[in-house]
Unconditional design. Sequence first.
Length: 119
Amino acid sequence: VQLQASGGGLVQAGGSLRLSCAATGRTSSPYVMGWFRQAPGKEREFVARIFWSGGGTYYADSVKGRFTISRDNAKNTVVYLQMNSLKPEDTAVYYCASRDPGLGSYNYWGQGTLVTVSS
């Protein structure tokens, strides 16, 4: 299984970006997919997750109300992160990840896409 994240870039504060993450090589649906981020000099942190069956979502307090995670499993396993009202503190490398059923942690990770928010 490979996860390919895309959509990062440079945006001014208050702007929007949409990240995409496509999973290839899967033979079954994941249990949950999520987005994480790592800012320079900081540890990686959770951003959002979506349960594949049912579509339930959960967000970090820092992004709640501004970011929206969604999925599209019509053809491939794709997860999106719509980011609105971006702030300079959202600047980070964003990673997507997936967790298979029965596992307690994410077992597949994408390569990351850089989001830079200028003030």
